[in-house]
Design a protein around this ligand. Structure first.
Ligand code: BES
Ligand code: MN
Ligand code: ZN
Length: 501
């Protein structure tokens, strides 16, 4: 989809030739003398339109207005959230009218967050999954013009929003692919393609190399599957060599049956989304490639299936992780932490500034926080604050959870250094406590996106979260790392990727 930012007041908006003109109307709307203002004012006075976010009124070929349809939408106080809600409310009309071009007139006085919400909101609500349909219905909306009082003021925010939308869509598309398509091999190929097309580095390792490195925990999870595992490393080098990178680690279980501790049949199909963390890492790199910030970022994705089989790992097995710590498997369905722990140890070799893992890790996190906020766990208060702020700004919020030592009690076992599960109580926290043992060498945060990475029910599908949060966090670090950055616009390294079987 093509986005454009344009200086536009309501008089200008009236002259825009477009299928739909979406006019966002805030509380305290001040009418001018133009046709759009007159329409809005008449509707408000008659009580046919309210500035409350989500309220809609449609007009067809309205006098003095060049657009075929005018859609008036209440946008409350004009905040990012309200603009997002207004755009979402308008999505149904956009879809049924099969509009190809949309012009959005943002309220006078809109901030960057309104611009972002308009861009990300329209991209989100016009996305259609077609990859495995025999008669794909194409996305109708091709062009979105975002009209603001002064385009120059919002240029940077607009570019970020556009990049976020592209990254989010990439993550959704990967997440939505069925598990017989989105195999570990396919994820490796996607990473390679992404690197090649956008000047990033990708390295994709197979079982032999992973065994040689010594990732005994990751290898064990992969053993029951006919699909070979992949360990993906992506690198975006936007700053000088001297700058320590931020490492993102994404859980890439392309299907989670639970393994020998097998899951019930109901909704098991949704375990294709268990690579949502991996998809968010790839999506974030897609966005970085658009924006080219002066930052170094490494992405690590351990990817495999969790299957029951004669050679599958089983409860009681003791694994030796890359860190040397031994792990007793008490439940093969707690596989995410077993692939992540080795990736967290591997992250040490990059001497990172911070490491953030992203994982659809626990059903317990869904119980705790639902689908609104992702669970945030952090060993470092500053990192936690940065991620919380980034999530709020990106309308992709998270909530900090505790990491008291007492929560690790249940992970004790007589037969290894640690067990892979504790009791049912506090399941999201005990999972994080397990990971924390492997993340001692750097500031670390863990995002449990089990409740936020996808939606179930009629609108079933990947959300692309937390790409928005991660991108926002990373871009904020660009400023913070200014001292270490090389002068001039950083150029990402030339495309280079290799894949091995
Ligand atoms: N991928 C699941 C987590 C999950 C479950 C996410 C349901 C979203 C919805 C993870 O691998 C898992 O199975 N976790 C277990 C852990 C338990 C065995 C300690 C869980 O949450 O039930
Ligand atoms: Mn599981
Ligand atoms: Zn899982």
């Amino acid at each position: 989809m093509d986005f454009e930012l344009k200086t536009l007041d309501l008089a200008g908006a009236a002259g825009e030739k477009t299928d739909v003109l979406l006019v966002l109307v805030t509380e305290g709307f001040r009418a001018g003398k133009d046709p759009v203002s007159r329409l809005v004012q008449a509707a408000l006075q008659a009580g046919d339109l309210e500035p409350k976010a989500g309220k809609l009124l449609q007009a067809y070929r309205a006098e003095g207005i060049a657009a075929t349809r005018v859609l008036l939408a209440g946008a409350g106080d004009g905040s990012g959230r309200k603009v997002h809600a207004a755009v979402q409310a308008a999505a149904g009309v956009l879809r049924s009218s099969k509009a190809k071009k949309l012009v959005i007139a943002l309220p006078a006085g809109s901030g960057d967050e309104a611009v972002r919400a308009a861009v990300v909101g329209t991209a989100d609500s016009s996305y259609v999954y077609v990859a495995t349909k025999s008669k794909p219905e194409a996305r109708e909306l091709k062009k979105v013009v975002v009209g603001v009082a002064d385009a120059a003021v919002h240029k940077a925010a607009f570019a970020r929003a556009r990049a976020a939308a592209i990254g989010i869509e990439f993550a959704r598309e990967l997440g939505n692919l069925p598990p017989n398509h989105a195999t570990p091999t396919r994820l490796g190929e996607e990473a390679g393609k992404l690197a090649k097309a956008h000047g990033l580095h990708a390295e994709v390792l197979g079982p032999k190399e992973v065994a040689r490195i010594g990732m005994g925990s990751f290898l064990a999870v992969a053993r029951g599957s006919a699909q070979p595992l992949r360990f993906i490393t992506l690198r975006y080098d936007g700053a000088g060599r001297g700058q320590a990178p931020i490492v993102l680690v994404g859980k890439g279980i392309t299907f989670d049956t639970g393994g020998i501790s097998i899951k019930p049949a109901a909704e098991m199909d949704e375990m294709k989304f268990d690579m949502g963390g991996a998809a968010s890492v790839l999506g974030t790199f897609r966005a970085l490639a658009e924006l080219k910030p002066r930052l170094n970022v490494v992405g690590l994705v351990p990817s495999c299936e969790n299957m029951p089989d004669g050679s599958a790992y089983k409860p009681g097995d003791i694994l030796t992780s890359l860190s040397g710590q031994t792990i007793e498997v008490l439940n093969t369905d707690a596989e995410g932490r077993l692939i992540l722990c080795d990736a967290l140890t591997y992250a040490e070799r990059f001497k990172p500034r911070a490491v953030i893992d992203i994982a659809t890790l626990t059903g317990a996190c869904v119980i705790a926080l639902g689908a609104v906020r992702s669970g945030l766990f952090a060993s470092d208060d500053q990192l936690a604050q940065q991620l919380l702020a980034a999530g709020d700004a990106a309308l992709d919020p998270c909530w900090r959870m505790p990491l008291d030592e007492e929560y690790a009690e249940g992970l004790k076992t007589n037969f290894a250094d640690v067990a892979n599960v504790a009791g049912r109580a506090g399941g999201a926290v005990t999972a994080a406590k397990f990971l924390q043992r492997f993340a001692q060498e750097y500031p670390w945060a863990h995002l449990d996106v089990a409740g936020t990475a996808w939606k179930g029910g009629a609108g079933k599908g990947a959300t692309g979260r937390p790409v928005g949060l991660l991108l926002e966090y990373l871009l904020a670090q660009e400023g913070a790392a200014a001292g270490a950055a090389a002068p001039g616009r950083a150029k990402a390294a030339k495309g280079k990727s290799r894949a091995r079987a």
